[in-house]
Design a binder for this molecule. Structure first.
Ligand SMILES: Cc1cc2nc3c(=O)[nH]c(=O)nc-3n(C[C@H](O)[C@H](O)[C@H](O)COP(=O)(O)O)c2cc1C
Ligand SMILES: [Mn+2]
Length: 507
């Protein structure tokens, strides 16, 4: 591995990250007033789909003075040779770092760093407490939340923040991004799926017939953002992972209306309770597979008790749609990193893996070493069955239904290579494995589900496609690959390269 996280270079707050993006030419500030009603969404989508810089909306219609909104970052860049620079620099890595090297460096830093107990600040020292709305002052409609897509069920305020919750016994604090929409000035609702940790913890409070204290931190520091989509096991705090990544304590501060600790440098903190026994219709919201689901689901009311915010706060946003946007990168990158760690911990011979962004993170591409057979003594059938049974029985395996296993020569983040391997190395019958007895959380937001599945609210079929060249003939020589790199003797290649420019080729 060639890249290592430089902790000194990690931006310390969302604001510092935005300033760095501005310096790097990755950000455009719009000073004209823009409308939250579809206009912000259209600008965001056009920017994502053309690989333009990240938009920052300095003036949004109906927002309280000073409130801004921005792309929360980490999307793909059009900068030549540096597509993942917005992600790389967030972790103190050089902007040209290739995606799989960013993954290796991120995993290494998280595994080697130490979690430090939080430094708990007094409210007077915490930037997120510079301003405060309580009681009748609370008006969520004055925060520049977008009606993001035509067809969304409302203005989604929480698309890129951290929901922070504690179990009733206080032993586990979970951070995760789960969307939420404004119902009225002081009420929201959002997704509280029982299989997600936020829904799991809410279930514990509901069993006790109690309202659950809840906080949402919007515009958090890069190390905290890395944990927004993390899929570490239950009863493990995402705070510890963020702190390990930095190998430092994080500055935290207590909420005004509960004992929940929130990142002190967050742009906006929404405090409240998730009520026992009430519901509101949630959805639809345009989603990351690239479609608008057509259903609403009853989810609990989130009653807001206090809002605190920095001066001139910036609301971070993720407005998902067709790939590649910041939702694919953030969700795909961080969940794939956790998936690789989980598979390795289970003893599977895995090098790395990526939820392919171009495939709307619906393909988990896993790279395995050429000598997997010698290492394990397993047949291909054994290996693939173990893989599926390990992955889809863990929390980490709940968001994806298709796995592609590729060999050492394929970069799992390179769509061209992955598509070639899938097309030429997967046998549609003999090296394709189904897992009818297992279920993923799959909530039907992809476009391929048949009506019966949706009606039964079942997970979808799970499949592993082995795309290994030596799949059914372990021990036999591999087919030779007909490429410049692999097929020609070194002196011939060298001669070609040495004369390339002189002959008039430019790249
Ligand atoms: C930008 C973004 C938006 C997300 N939106 C949702 C969402 O609305 N609902 C949901 O269940 N998961 C959503 N996720 C995925 C979860 O954050 C992810 O599954 C995470 O593992 C959940 O945390 P947990 O493991 O603590 O449950 C989103 C992730 C990202 C990066
Ligand atoms: Mn969790």
């Amino acid at each position: 591995m060639s890249a290592h996280v430089d902790r000194n270079k990690i931006p310390r707050s969302y604001r510092e990250y935005l300033a760095l993006m501005k310096d790097m030419g990755e950000l455009v500030e719009i000073d004209d007033e823009v409308d939250w009603n579809l206009e912000m969404g259209a600008i965001f989508r056009h920017a994502a789909e053309t690989l333009a810089p990240m938009p920052v909306f300095n003036v949004v219609k109906d927002a309280a003075p000073g409130f801004r909104a921005a792309d929360w970052g980490m999307g793909k860049s059009s900068h030549p040779g540096q597509p993942w620079r917005r992600l790389a620099v967030m972790m103190g890595l050089p902007p040209e770092t290739p995606l799989m090297d960013i993954q290796a460096a991120y995993i290494e830093a998280k595994e080697n760093g130490q979690a430090h107990p939080p430094r708990i600040l007094d409210a007077s020292e915490a930037p997120c407490k510079q301003n405060k709305w309580t009681g009748d002052q609370i008006d969520l409609n004055k925060i520049p939340a977008p009606l993001a897509h035509d067809g969304d069920g409302g203005r989604y305020l929480q698309t890129a923040g951290l929901n922070i919750l504690q179990t009733p016994d206080g032993r586990w604090t979970n951070w995760s991004t789960n969307r939420a929409v404004i119902i009225d000035a002081q009420t929201m609702t959002g997704q509280w799926w029982p299989k997600q940790h936020n829904g799991m913890i809410w279930g514990m409070w509901r069993e006790q017939k109690r309202d659950m204290p809840w906080a949402c931190a919007l515009g958090v520091s890069p190390v905290a953002s890395t944990q927004a989509a993390s899929r570490i096991p239950a009863w493990v705090d995402e705070y510890d992972m963020a702190s390990a990544l930095l190998d430092e304590p994080l500055d935290m501060v207590k909420c005004e209306t509960s004992d929940i600790l929130v990142p002190a440098d967050a742009e906006i903190i929404i405090e409240g309770v998730v009520e026992y026994g009430t519901t509101e219709p949630e959805g639809p919201f345009g989603e990351y597979p690239g479609y608008l689901p057509d259903e609403t689901t009853p989810f609990p009311r989130q009653k807001v008790t206090c809002v605190t915010f920095r001066d001139n706060p910036v609301l971070p946003m993720s407005i998902p749609g067709v790939p590649i946007d910041n939702c694919h990168v953030t969700m795909g990158f961080f969940i794939s990193s956790d998936s690789v760690v989980a598979l390795k911990k289970a003893g599977l011979p895995v090098i790395d893996g990526m939820y392919l962004f171009e495939a709307a993170i619906l393909w988990f591409v896993i790279r395995v070493p050429t000598d997997w057979h010698e290492r394990t003594g397993w047949t291909l059938d054994e290996f693939m069955n173990r893989l599926g049974n390990t992955f889809w029985t863990q929390h980490v395996g709940d968001t994806v239904t298709k796995i592609l296993v590729v060999g050492e020569d394929i970069d799992p983040s390179d769509v061209q290579q992955v598509v070639w391997a899938f097309a030429s190395r997967n046998h549609p019958t003999f090296t394709t494995y189904f897992f009818p007895e297992l279920q993923a959380f799959g909530d039907g937001i992809e476009s391929y589900h048949v009506a019966r599945e949706l009606a039964e609210n079942r997970g979808t079929s799970l499949v592993v496609y082995a795309c290994l060249e030596n799949a059914d003939r372990v021990g036999r020589p591999e087919k030779r690959v007909m490429s410049f790199e692999k097929n020609y003797p070194a002196p011939v290649k060298q001669k070609v390269l040495d004369n390339w420019e002189r002959w008039g080729f430019t790249s």
